[in-house]
Ligand binder design. Structure first.
Ligand code: ADP
Ligand code: MG
Length: 323
């Protein structure tokens, strides 16, 4: 069991940013409206994620660290109708196998909670403790017991860059959740959680970027599309500013990016790329999120129709504005 956890950890926990991603996904799944992340030394020394979500029931706290102890799938067929972000039950045991984890959680608002400490997969403390409703994870000294892996970590700036990317994606995918990112003593991101995607874009890319954004809107029987796309005032030399979100999940899909670029480049400079946040909503059966363990890659069941819809919707919006 212990070895299995370390092996699984190798797949789930590649670097500090992977820990942040898993903890953020759990906080979102727990219905949090406010999530604070604070990291030290690029997350290698300490990662803290605090949410105001449902909390973990006292009896479930220890079990949450067993492999495949997900509370999110109750029937086999649920695998085909996934709406929550996490569903494999591998994150917590994996993280706990290669770090020192402390969790403080309460599932009610009477101040009574539980605290658990697990180091290198071994349970050290499990006790009653005062806690506001929600959950706070502290992950210390990642890879302290796997020196070979620790050696592969890049500079603090590089690890921090990956963590910021994770926060940006989460914030863009969830404009109704307030996210904060702090590194050492500096606040790097603060979103309000009031549903305003433009505020999120301003917090990530700056206010002048936000001023160049045009709203995206469209709908047909299968798909609902929304988001923001930049006009020529704010284009970039690469695709790094292109974000696609499907049912609240940040994803990467080549065809979708191509559809956006086809629409963009018929009207705007061919060698520049837009800043774009494209949000798609569709029935879960139209998208397969189980393609890749990192859950970034997805497959669409009617992809040609989807790409066509995205392209024509964007072209219509851009044409109106540019001509
Ligand atoms: P998964 O997310 O795939 O279910 P995890 O290992 O990430 O698996 O988490 C295990 C379980 O622990 C979750 O199913 C959930 O019940 C519980 N859990 C983890 N983090 C939180 C949180 N922040 N708030 C509430 N419950 C949580
Ligand atoms: Mg999870």
């Amino acid at each position: 069991e212990h070895i299995a956890n370390q092996i699984a950890a190798g797949e789930v926990v590649e670097r500090p940013a992977s820990v942040v991603k898993e903890l953020l996904e759990n906080a979102v799944d727990a219905g949090a409206t406010k999530i604070e992340v604070a990291v030290e030394e690029g997350g290698l020394l300490r990662i803290r994620v605090k949410d105001n979500g449902s909390g973990i029931e006292p009896d479930d706290l220890e079990t949450a660290f067993y492999r495949h102890a997900t509370s999110k799938i109750t029937h086999g067929r649920d695998l085909f109708q996934i709406t929550s972000l996490g569903f494999r039950g591998e994150a917590l045991p994996s993280i706990a196998a290669v770090s020192k984890v402390e969790v403080l959680t309460a599932s009610g608002d009477d101040g009574r909670g539980r605290r658990i400490v697990i180091e290198g997969g071994k349970l050290c403390t499990h006790e009653d403790a005062a806690s506001p409703q929600g959950t706070e994870f502290v992950v210390k000294e990642l890879f302290y017991n796997t020196p070979a892996r620790l050696k592969y970590m890049k500079t603090i700036q590089t690890e921090l860059g990956h963590i910021s990317d994770v926060l940006y994606r989460m914030a863009m995918s969830h404009p109704y959740i307030s996210f904060t990112l702090r590194h050492n003593e500096n606040t790097l991101l603060q979103t309000l959680g009031n549903g305003d995607l433009l505020q999120v874009v301003a917090a990530i890319y700056g206010t002048s970027a936000a001023k160049a954004m045009l709203p995206i809107e469209g709908e047909n029987l299968d798909y609902k599309i929304s988001g923001l796309i930049s006009l020529p005032e704010w284009t970039r030399a690469n695709r790094a500013g292109m974000s696609t979100i499907v049912n609240g999940r940040y994803i990467r899909n080549y065809g979708l990016n191509q559809a956006i670029l086809k629409a963009y480049h018929t009207l705007l400079p061919i060698n520049r790329f837009p800043l774009v946040v494209l949000q798609l909503e569709m029935h879960p059966s139209l998208v397969d999120v189980n393609v890749h363990p990192a859950k970034l890659e997805v497959r669409f069941s009617k992809e040609a129709e989807l790409y066509e819809f995205v392209e024509t919707t964007l072209r219509g919006i851009l044409r109106q504005e540019v001509l």
